[in-house]
Design a protein around this ligand. Structure first.
Ligand code: DX5
Ligand code: ZN
Length: 218
C-alpha cells in the first residue's frame, strides 16, 4: 500500500485557518489530522468542536480526529456531527475501549486507538480486528514540535506482526516528531500513515514539504 500523509492542523496559523485548510486541499495530503486536547488527559488545551466544524466546512480531505480527552465515549456523536471521518480515542483514556470502538463504527466512521509511548502494543491484540487505525504516539501527547522517540521503530514492527497474524487491515499511523529523516525508516518498519505538524507548517513551503513526505520511498 502507498503510504498516506496526515498534516496536523495544530501547527497551522489559527488566525488564517481557512487559508491553511485550503492549502491542504490543494496539496497531496490524504487526511487532515485534528488534535483535540482537554487540559485533563494531556497538560494542554488545543481547541474543540466549533473549530473542528469550521475546519470541516472548508476541508476537501477527510478529517482524522485525534481525541486527547478523558471519557471520549461521551463525545463520539458530537465529533461525528462536527465532520470527523476517523476518530481515534486514547487507550489510556477509557475503561471500555471495545464499546467505544463499536460506537464509532456504528456512526459509519473509522475507529482509531491512540497509544502513548509507554503503552505496549500487545495490549491491543484482543481488539485488533475492531480497530481501523492505531495512532502510535512517537512523542508524549499534548504539544507539537517535540523530539521523536526512537523506540517507536521497534513498536511499529511489533504491532505490524500482531496485525499480520490476525489478518487484520488495521493501519499504523505515527504521530509526533515525524520528519523527512525518520519517515523512510518508519515506512520500512511498517507504518502506513504519517502525521506531521511542525515539519510541514514551519517549512518554507508546506505544500512542497507534504509532497516530499508523500514521495518518500518512491
Ligand atoms: C501531539 C499531537 C500531534 C502533533 C504533532 O500531541 O497529537 O498530532 O500535532 O506535531 P509535530 O509533528 O510537530 O510533532
Ligand atoms: Zn495527533
Amino acid at each position: 500500500m502507498n503510504h498516506l500523509i496526515a498534516p496536523s492542523i495544530l501547527a497551522a496559523d489559527f488566525a488564517n485557518l481557512q487559508r491553511d485548510v485550503e492549502m491542504l486541499n490543494a496539496s497531496e495530503a490524504d487526511y487532515i489530522h485534528v488534535d483535540i486536547m482537554d487540559g485533563i488527559f494531556v497538560p494542554n488545551i488545543s481547541f474543540g468542536l466549533p473549530v473542528c466544524e469550521a475546519i470541516y466546512k472548508h476541508a476537501k480531505k477527510p478529517l482524522d480526529v485525534h481525541l486527547m480527552i478523558e471519557k471520549p465515549e461521551n463525545y463520539i456523536q458530537a465529533f461525528h456531527d462536527a465532520g470527523a471521518a476517523t476518530i481515534s480515542v486514547h487507550y489510556e483514556a477509557t475503561n471500555h475501549l471495545h464499546r467505544v470502538l463499536q460506537q464509532i463504527r456504528d456512526f459509519g466512521l473509522r475507529a482509531g486507538v491512540a497509544i502513548n509511548p509507554h503503552t505496549n502494543v500487545q495490549l491491543l491484540e484482543d481488539v485488533i480486528t475492531d480497530i481501523d487505525l492505531v495512532c502510535m504516539m512517537s512523542v508524549n501527547p499534548g504539544f507539537g514540535g517535540q523530539k521523536f522517540i526512537e523506540q517507536t521503530y521497534t513498536k511499529v514492527r511489533r504491532l505490524k506482526e500482531i496485525i499480520v497474524d490476525a489478518e487484520a487491515s488495521t493501519l499504523i499511523e505515527i504521530d509526533g516528531g515525524v520528519n523527512i529523516d525518520n519517515a523512510p525508516k518508519l515506512l520500512e518498519a511498517g507504518a502506513d500513515v504519517l502525521v506531521a505538524g511542525s515539519f510541514v507548517f514551519k517549512s518554507d513551503s508546506p505544500i512542497d514539504t507534504i509532497k516530499e513526505l508523500k514521495n518518500v520511498g518512491s
